[in-house]
Design a protein around this ligand. Structure first.
Ligand code: FAD
Length: 483
């Protein structure tokens, strides 16, 4: 169908459609997905808010350069599958990214009508497309996976950085194996982000799609322990991408941190999300949540931990050393946490934790802060106010103040140049080792899903250039014929 023939009447003045969500009272006792997604009627209005700009800034603002204009046009025409096909040219994860990408920092920030009428809800439209095409995909489950015949590439870690590299490489006929240390695939998408934000069946389906394309997955395999990088090369892998993420949590560094009931967000969320502690006693891994939980931090991990604590029956308080405007979490998660009754104490930081005779945490001593000149993060620095210490009773403490790269592989691979634990790479993700690339949080420190994906894509392109240049002539000829 020629889209130009269709009546498309942009209506940017229509109000931005509000994403329907479960009522906060229901959420407090449930781990069902909070956002319900747009209805067809919402989409009919929201898609028409797009101006279909001749030079759409949203496409360049998306780190993956998804053709936002074209997929929205498809949706406006009532063609969800067509919209997903457009997204899939660049991304294998419309369902995941439609839910967790920080659209407000990228495509929606660049949307032309945004300043005046509020940006087009690109994220919610992406999610709608994925969910509606998803049903179609489930009904026509693909047959046996194709068997790529190209060179072998190993991807270490199964987070978004490696997964998009796998997607790009398998589409170029490389034989791709993803090695994951944990027993489940997805990286933070599986162990960090709660299922009330990202249902696991969505993640599972989008990863299965990669499997159906011929990507091989090996779980419970720690590169650096189960096998070294050298051993992977000996096994015939001709390039390796390291996407091992940032799973080493920063500690609060205050006295009393070892008391019972004090967690890092990493442990707290892994126990709940990955080991399903919320189903205890059916699931064997418990998590201890007392009457009052204080979560320290202002990012996505802090919101996720605080919202879980609330769902597990605790009074939940977020303690953040700066103000609301400086929080790094997705805006939607902050708003949802507020609606759910999570309390926020801004401009305060812990200085000590005190316990009872059994070693359980009982009190947190905090100090008030005021905002000073911007620091290296570009945000106003928190400055302690002398003599402003105060105490709060507490039963559970969760430190969600950031994390550093997982160090296992770097420790046994001294040839990899690192800086403060992060692997050093050039703009193509090339490390100090030949045919070894890296990207995502292991290079950036804690970042975002979409930037990790951009790194994975850049590295896949560089790997293809490096290995493609060495391709056998007959292989190259066959690819040209297929193209
Ligand atoms: P990861 O997702 O961390 O995946 C790395 C994988 O490598 C892990 O599965 C790990 O087990 C595996 N691994 C590590 N070492 C080895 C080894 N030696 N051998 C084999 N495997 C190994 N970003 C957003 O954009 N939106 C959000 O809503 C959002 N929410 C977040 C919530 C939480 C709780 C956290 C912690 C982060 C969140 N982020 C969010 C950030 C985002 O998830 C990360 O930036 C992104 O997942 C990084 O992707 P990655 O592929 O680099 O690594």
């Amino acid at each position: 169908m020629d889209p130009k023939a269709l009546p498309y009447k942009p209506n940017p003045k229509a109000p931005r459609q509000v994403l329907p969500v479960l009522p906060p009272k229901v959420r407090a006792k449930s781990w069902e997905e909070v956002a319900l997604g747009f209805t067809e009627q919402d989409v009919a209005i929201e898609a028409q808010r797009c101006l279909q700009c001749p030079k759409p800034a949203c496409i360049n603002a998306c780190p993956l350069h998804i053709d936002v204009k074209r997929f929205i046009r498809r949706l406006a025409e009532g063609d969800a599958q067509g919209a997903v096909d457009v997204i899939s040219e660049q991304s294998p994860f419309p369902g995941v990214c439609g839910r967790v990408c920080q659209h407000e920092l990228f495509c929606e920030d660049a949307c032309l009508i945004g300043k005046k009428f509020g940006p087009v809800a690109i994220g919610s439209l992406e999610r709608f497309a994925a969910d509606h095409a998803r049903l179609a995909v489930t009904e026509t489950t693909p047959g046996a996976a194709p068997q790529p015949t190209g060179k072998k590439v190993a991807l270490v870690g199964s987070g978004p950085a490696s997964l998009i590299a796998a997607y790009d490489l398998v589409r170029k006929n490389y034989r791709v194996t993803v090695f994951e240390a944990l027993h489940r695939l997805g990286g933070v998408l599986a162990y960090g982000i709660p299922n009330f934000r990202l249902p696991r069946e969505i993640l599972h389906e989008e990863i299965t799609r990669l499997e159906n394309m011929g990507v091989e997955f090996v779980t419970s395999f720690i590169v650096g322990k189960t096998a070294s990088l050298d051993e992977l090369f000996e096994e015939g892998y001709e390039a390796v991408f390291i996407g091992t993420g940032a799973g080493l949590p920063f500690l609060l560094g205050v006295p009393g941190e070892n008391l019972l009931g004090v967690y890092t967000a990493n442990e707290f969320l892994t126990r709940i999300n990955l080991m399903e502690a919320y189903k205890f006693p059916q699931a064997v891994t418990p998590v201890r949540v007392g009457g009052r939980t204080i979560v320290v931090g202002g990012g996505n991990s802090a919101m996720d931990a605080a919202r879980w604590a609330k769902r597990l029956g605790s009074e939940s308080i977020v303690l953040f050393r700066r103000g609301r405007a400086e929080m790094r979490a997705r805006l939607e998660e902050i708003e949802h946490a507020e609606e759910e009754g999570v309390q926020f104490h801004f401009l305060a930081a812990p200085v000590a934790l005190y316990g009872d005779e059994q070693g359980n945490v009982r009190e947190m001593e905090c100090i008030r802060m005021e905002l000073g000149a911007p620091d290296s993060s570009g945000r106003p620095a928190p400055v302690p106010v002398k003599g402003s210490e105060f105490r709060i009773p507490v039963d559970t403490v969760v430190a969600a103040i950031g994390q550093a790269p997982n160090p296992t592989l770097q420790k046994v691979t001294p040839q990899l140049i690192t800086k403060r634990g992060k692997i050093v790479v050039n703009e193509w993700g090339q490390t100090s080792m030949t045919h070894v690339y890296a990207g995502g949080d292991v290079v950036r420190g804690g970042s975002t899903v979409i930037l990790a994906m951009r790194d994975g894509r850049a590295a896949a392109e560089a790997i293809d250039k490096a290995l493609g240049a060495e391709r056998a002539p007959e292989e190259q000829a066959r690819e040209e014929v297929q193209a």
